[in-house]
Design a protein around this ligand. Structure first.
Ligand SMILES: Cc1cc2nc3c(=O)[nH]c(=O)nc-3n(C[C@H](O)[C@H](O)[C@H](O)COP(=O)(O)OP(=O)(O)OC[C@H]3O[C@@H](n4cnc5c(N)ncnc54)[C@H](O)[C@@H]3O)c2cc1C
Length: 466
């Protein structure tokens, strides 16, 4: 058997496993960065993908909000809050101090009448589901993974899928912000509406979020189905499906005419979510690893054949947080733009066409989802619902040749970049995309007049010289 035929068989089997089965997995144990690292020690920092790194002067991991305030009074130089380092863009890197709020965690209060819960800002999204379940609450939505901290996720308007579902930031009903000068501000829409709308998506530029109050709903169960379908067929009917299901999204397979389509809806059915044995390799990772070595021109026919042979997948039912988030172990870098809803299909078509025409080496599937609109100053979805489109590149390879070709396509369709993902936009372009951008910058200057919370990336975004 030739090497190519063997690869084809392997990738075919992997496709059947990946797209014929749920890729929801058991979350690995969360490693608490503050437990691992002594405070105030100069250790290198890097993000999840390895694409961003820094050599900060030190790390500070306060046990309490008071310790943070005391530190702010004595520390000098730049300061950057860090969550779990899952942003692909350079929001965190600094040669000053990195401030880790991992100790500020846990459920602090909850209200059974309003279904709100107050959480320490450093809590991981994966930890929120179980603690809320104990008080019969559930988050409205989750992003694709749940490794992020709550504060980190809201700071970039992190979102999941759903035409009627908002970003996590829009479900924040109140928060505590410690300003760079150590003042504590309790913010909500009634007390400080302008500052609250700015702080709900702040890129870590206004101060340190120490506590977050979230609007939730009663705990609930979800049913997920996954199928393979031609991308064009899904696109034709996408809006109707997005209205019919609480979550509807697709992962167009590059170099192929198919997409993996996911539908999630509420259910009362009994839990049925079989987990793979713990030592079984992740089929998604295996597939990506196999395809990387197949020449681009050979991938399309191979993927389409594998898709045709893939068995139908079994629906899975579980409590909401176990259905919504996935485990992604295979490292990549990502660019995501959200475009107005009616620009979603033409933008996606142009991206897929360009990948084919230019024979771009793009192994990872794209991700295409709708998100509800909001009125937060720096939310990518402020002003109305949008279609978000993500492209990914194996973290071992330079993403620039791929992303540089794609980014102007996003611009052509009025795209706004995800703050936490790779993009090259600067202040002059961002001002045009966000009607409240200037107000945000005025707010930032009032709270941080000496620019302690800035780093080189934020200076570029905000148009502030070094
Ligand atoms: C595999 C993977 C999948 C992803 N999937 C999705 C997805 O489905 N949807 C989506 O929208 N995004 C997604 N993302 C992006 C990710 O959700 C965001 O980049 C998020 O902001 C990362 O959170 P974090 O806790 O790692 O924060 P970091 O990346 O560490 O920091 C993000 C920002 O938050 C600020 N910050 C952190 N803590 C605080 C604090 N206490 N106070 C003030 N500011 C703070 C930081 O300064 C920085 O500006 C994904 C990322 C990865 C790696």
């Amino acid at each position: 058997m030739s090497r190519l035929s063997r690869r084809r068989l392997l990738a075919g089997a992997l496709f059947a496993k990946v797209f014929g089965a749920s890729i929801t997995g058991t979350a690995p144990r969360i490693v608490n960065a503050a437990e691992r690292m002594p405070s105030s020690e100069s250790l290198p920092w890097h993000n999840w993908s390895g694409g961003q790194s820094a050599q900060p002067t030190g790390r500070f991991a306060p046990q309490t909000e008071d310790e943070l305030i005391e530190f702010l009074g004595r520390a000098s130089g730049p300061l950057r809050p860090v969550g779990s380092g899952h942003s692909f863009s350079a929001l965190v890197p600094t040669d000053g101090h990195i401030v880790v709020l991992d100790h500020l965690t846990g459920l602090r209060a909850h209200d059974p009448a309003t279904l709100e819960a107050t959480l320490g800002a450093g809590i991981r999204l994966a930890e929120i589901g179980p603690v809320l379940e104990e008080v019969h609450q559930g988050m409205f939505n989750l992003p694709d993974i749940d490794r992020q901290t709550l504060a980190g996720a809201i700071s970039t308007a992190t979102h999941g899928t759903g035409l009627s579902l908002n970003t996590l930031s829009a479900y924040v009903s109140g928060l505590r912000l410690v300003t760079p000068s150590g003042n504590v501000m309790e913010l909500d829409a009634a007390k400080e509406p302008r500052l609250f709308a700015a702080a709900q998506v702040s890129l870590g530029a206004l101060g340190f979020v120490t506590e977050v109050r979230m609007r939730n709903r009663a705990a609930y169960r979800l049913k997920k189905t996954t199928r393979l379908q031609p991308t064009e067929e899904v696109l034709q009917d996408f809006e109707a499906q997005a209205r019919a299901h609480s979550h509807f999204e697709m992962f167009p397979l590059t170099h192929s005419k198919y997409a993996s389509v996911q539908t999630i809806d509420e259910t009362d059915e009994p839990i049925h979510n079989p987990q793979p044995p713990p030592d079984q390799p992740d089929p998604y990772d295996e597939l990506m690893r196999a395809l990387v070595h197949v020449p681009v021109a050979a991938r399309g026919a191979m993927i389409d054949a594998a898709v045709a042979a893939a068995p139908q997948s079994e629906p899975v039912v579980d409590v909401s947080y176990r259905i919504l988030a996935n485990v992604r172990n295979y490292r990549f870098n990502e660019m995501e733009y959200s475009v107005p809803l009616d620009a979603g299909a033409p933008c996606l078509r142009e991206i897929l066409r360009t990948i084919d025409e230019k024979q771009i080496d793009a192994v990872f599937p794209l991700e295409y989802r709708y998100v509800a609109g909001d009125d937060l100053w720096l939310s990518m979805f402020s002003g109305g619902p949008r279609a978000s489109i993500s492209i990914h590149r194996d973290a071992r390879f330079d993403y620039r040749p791929y992303f540089d070709v794609m980014e102007p396509i996003f611009w052509k369709y009025g795209g706004r970049p995800h703050w936490g993902k790779v993009h090259s936009l600067k202040h002059d372009q961002l001002v045009k995309l966000y009607p409240r951008f200037k107000e945000f910058l005025e707010m930032r200057e009032a709270l941080d007049p000496t620019g302690r919370m800035l780093n080189p990336h934020l200076r570029v975004l905000f148009g502030i010289a070094t």
